[in-house]
Design a protein around this ligand. Structure first.
Ligand code: NAD
Ligand code: G6P
Ligand code: MN
Length: 441
């Protein structure tokens, strides 16, 4: 079987060890000959790189492994680039969350003003790594899960329309896993219908391979409990704040009992509740810095100190195996059915062709083929049109360096009550993003 050469962009990510462990666990399904970590912060990456070097020598001595900040070294002779960069790192995520909260508005990584600010930073970083990939390995595919995926995907559509970049999110995967626990099934045996934007969508069907529909059964459970389940099988989305998010799906369902909601809709449908329940001095960025980031980096330092990864504290991120499924779909033309972020082109019949939507796709060696989801009801359509227009305005603002368009994007966001508040937030964001955003006129 062919063996693949892979680069992970954002090698210093808190998710890198879990994903490398997951890829090792799947090495028979997706054989690798080379794995390189690439990051533009050499010091951060070196901690994980050194620890993974020790671990891989012990567990996969035949796999050629290295880590580098040099694009040529990283991107030469690659088949796949797994990308999870965070432009501005946790320092800027904290600002994205805290600046809007000062103005009484949702402070979130990918939704509302925080997501818009992050989007304006991410576009530059994404274009940079796409260009590296195309310079050194023109046939390479990028599997991107860098956020905010909706804005990144729209930027790719507009600025790199022919690039082999696939944008994907793990939230539907994680939530389907919870649904499978509710009905006592294996998630692999379930097939869904879904429509929306990234972090903004609804399941319209959850069936097993025999065609039995579970939507009603799951809905009855979610109406009582949200997606909160008793089973502890996930390595992600387990912190208390995430449990609150899973529970809140109950109130999302109440607004629209017809379909099963993506949990991110809470920021658009219950912004007042979310702001009231946020601590403006201690947000999710602080939780992650004091939790996952500390745990992952101290496990790495521990491995380096001991010189061995036996009982080393890196854990397999098993829920991220969809990344291997996607790579396999491209590499082996498996025609796997997966939710992807793609250009609509009629997949949602009554929605603009040029919108980047999240829908089930059949993925083969030419990439994703979206499956038609038909017409959607007015309530969801209107919410989606408002949000997709925000995302498009952000990309236009980036391209045209337009203050006006970014102000419009913020004003249109359902999370912000007025043009005045939008302007106040924008002026604060500009100040703190000086090192990352294009200058706006
Ligand atoms: P992190 O800050 O720990 O890691 C990101 C790394 O990217 C850092 O080491 C940073 O130095 C590096 N980086 C930043 N700009 C870069 C550039 N231009 N070139 C190369 N490297 C660069 O962040 P994290 O919490 O581990 O998350 C990583 C990313 O994955 C984020 O974008 C996050 O939102 C995303 N994510 C997405 C999903 C999804 O569902 N799509 C799921 C989980 C995480
Ligand atoms: C989910 C989303 C990702 C997001 C992550 C944040 O997995 O799909 O897009 O980045 O949650 O998780 P965190 O633990 O960093 O708050
Ligand atoms: Mn996501």
């Amino acid at each position: 079987m062919k063996k693949f050469s892979v680069v992970i962009a954002g090698g210093g990510s808190t998710f890198t060890p879990g994903i490398v462990m997951m890829m090792l666990d799947n090495i028979d399904r997706f054989p690798m000959r080379e794995l390189v970590l690439y990051d533009n912060d050499g010091d951060r990456q070196a901690v994980l790189g050194e620890a993974l070097e020790i671990l891989l020598k012990e567990q996969a001595p035949d796999l050629k492994f290295s880590y580098t900040t040099d694009p040529e070294e990283a991107f030469t002779d690659k088949d796949f680039c797994m990308a999870h960069i965070r432009v501005g790192k946790y320092e800027m995520r904290e600002k994205d969350e805290k600046i809007p909260l000062r103005h009484g508005v949702i402070g979130q990584e990918t939704c509302g003003p925080g997501g818009i600010a992050y989007g304006m930073r991410s576009i530059t970083g994404m274009l940079e790594i796409i260009d590296h990939m195309e310079t050194y390995s023109p046939d390479c595919w990028m599997l991107n899960y860098s956020n905010p995926a909706a804005i990144v995907a729209e930027a790719c559509r507009v600025l790199r329309p022919n690039s082999k970049v696939l944008n994907i999110c793990d939230m539907p995967v994680g939530t389907l896993r919870r649904m499978s626990q509710i009905i006592g099934k294996d998630p692999q045996d379930l097939e869904v219908r879904y429509f929306g934007l990234n972090h903004f969508g609804w399941w319209t069907s959850v069936k097993d391979k025999e065609g039995h529909e579970y939507l009603d059964q799951i809905r009855d459970y979610v109406a009582e409990n949200g997606y909160l389940t008793q089973v502890e099988v996930d390595t992600q989305h387990m912190d208390q704040s995430w449990q609150e998010t899973h529970k809140k799906a109950k109130d999302l369902l109440a607004v629209n009992p017809r379909y099963l909601p993506n949990t991110y809709l809470k920021y658009y449908l219950y912004p007042d509740y979310e702001v009231a329940h946020s601590d403006r001095n201690y947000t999710r960025a602080n939780e992650v810095m004091n939790g996952r980031e500390k745990e992952v980096f101290s496990a790495a330092r521990n491995i380096i100190e001991k010189g061995t990864a036996v009982d080393g504290g890196f854990h397999i991120d098993s829920h991220a195996s969809f990344i291997v499924d996607l790579a396999r779909a491209i590499a082996f033309n498996t025609h796997e059915r997966m939710l992807m972020i793609v250009e609509n082109n009629g997949a949602i019949a009554n929605f603009p062709d040029d919108a980047m939507v999240e829908v089930p796709c059949i993925v083969g060696n030419d990439g994703p083929e979206p499956l038609a989801q038909g017409k959607i009801p007015a309530f969801e359509q209107a919410l989606m049109f408002q949000q997709v227009t925000v995302e498009k305005l952000v990309v236009e603002a980036y391209v045209e360096q337009s203050y006006q368009k970014l102000w419009q994007a913020l004003t249109l966001s359902k999370t912000i009550p007025s043009a005045k508040v939008a302007k106040d937030i924008l002026d604060d964001l500009i100040e703190d993003n000086k090192d990352y955003w294009p200058e706006l006129h």
